[in-house]
Design a protein around this ligand. Structure first.
Ligand code: C2E
Ligand code: CA
Ligand code: CA
Ligand code: CA
Length: 277
């Protein structure tokens, strides 16, 4: 069974490479995917480890390709960004994820804040804030229940336009989290300039906790930074009890990662949420 799985992987990888080679094929495949509803929202729970409660869900996209099967976002998001299709995809995600979370809230299922990943292209789009405020109204979700995750690289690269967009998003009542914190450029000055609510400690600093001395120092420093700037904090990619216990004892109590749950399909996530109430 193992070698079979490996072969399938190689086949899949080869297929993907062929697809990527033929950009027009991938592009038309992606366009069709939107029309044919081949995308699916997965949700990964975020947990307050002090009390073992769900504080939020991160929406993560999956592509169910009719022939190639499940395609992870790293295989198509960068391409979708290049050809500008990411705007449509991210808008679809936002609508779909928010509508689902609202359904759960109507069932009185506690799911906390919904986090959406927003690409640079989306944030540069002049109509994005208008889209957001319209969707919030259409769907009827409370903006206090919404958070966007933006990467540090994006902030540094697009600082001028991004500032006004982020301010407008914040004015809508949506909170803003810096994803992959610590992996972008070294300047921290944007933390002063921009309306940031939360830092997400990147998985690369969590991976070798609590053994790697450098990672220990970096994580402790980020925790102190967040505390001193009154920013919320979460760690991603937490896979082991050791990592969780270390982060909790150092004061980072919000945890996301396989230790609690991998990203889940809608019905799996509902079960998870019910178990955590
Ligand atoms: P990200 O935002 O940093 O998301 C975290 C990634 O780490 C996810 O991969 C998640 O499945 C994975 N992960 C979560 N917990 C663990 C863990 O404990 N261990 C390990 N090894 N991995 C963990 P995924 O779902 O493949 O997404 C990859 C990236 O694709 C995301 O990174 C995000 O940048 C992007 N992405 C996903 N969905 C969307 C979307 O709807 N829109 C945009 N623009 N980007 C998206
Ligand atoms: Ca993210
Ligand atoms: Ca991340
Ligand atoms: Ca990361």
């Amino acid at each position: 069974a193992k070698s079979n799985g490996k072969n399938r992987y190689q086949f899949y990888d080869k297929k993907m490479t062929e697809l990527a080679f033929e950009r027009t094929t991938l592009e038309s495949n992606l366009r069709k995917a939107i029309q044919n509803e081949e995308f699916e929202v997965y949700f990964q729970p975020k947990i307050d480890a002090r009390v073992d409660k769900v504080i939020g869900l991160e929406a993560l996209i999956r592509w169910n390709h009719p022939e190639l099967g499940l395609i992870p976002p790293v295989k198509f998001i960068p391409f979708a960004e290049n050809i500008g299709l990411i705007i449509e995809i991210d808008r679809w995600m936002m609508r779909e994820a928010a509508a689902q979370v609202l359904l759960w809230k109507k069932e009185n299922i506690v799911c906390g804040k919904l986090s959406i990943n927003v690409s640079a292209k989306q944030l540069e789009d002049d109509n994005y804030v208008e889209f957001l405020s319209q969707k919030i109204n259409d769907i009827g979700i409370d903006p206090k229940d919404l958070e966007i995750e933006i990467t540090e690289g994006l902030i540094m690269k697009h600082s001028l336009h991004v500032t006004s967009t982020l301010n407008a998003i914040r004015e809508l009542g949506i909170s803003i989290s810096v994803d992959d914190f610590g992996t972008g450029y070294s300047s921290l000055s944007y933390l002063k300039r921009l309306p940031i609510d939360k830092l997400k400690i990147d998985r690369s600093f969590v991976k070798d906790l609590p053994h790697d001395k450098d990672d220990i120092a970096i994580v402790k420093t980020i925790i102190a930074l967040a505390n001193n700037l009154s920013l919320e904090l979460i760690a991603e990619g937490v896979e082991t009890k050791e990592q969780r216990d270390f982060l909790l004892s150092e004061g980072c109590h919000n945890i996301q990662g396989y230790f609690y749950s991998k990203p889940l399909k809608v019905n799996e996530c509902r079960e998870f949420l019910l178990n955590y109430m």
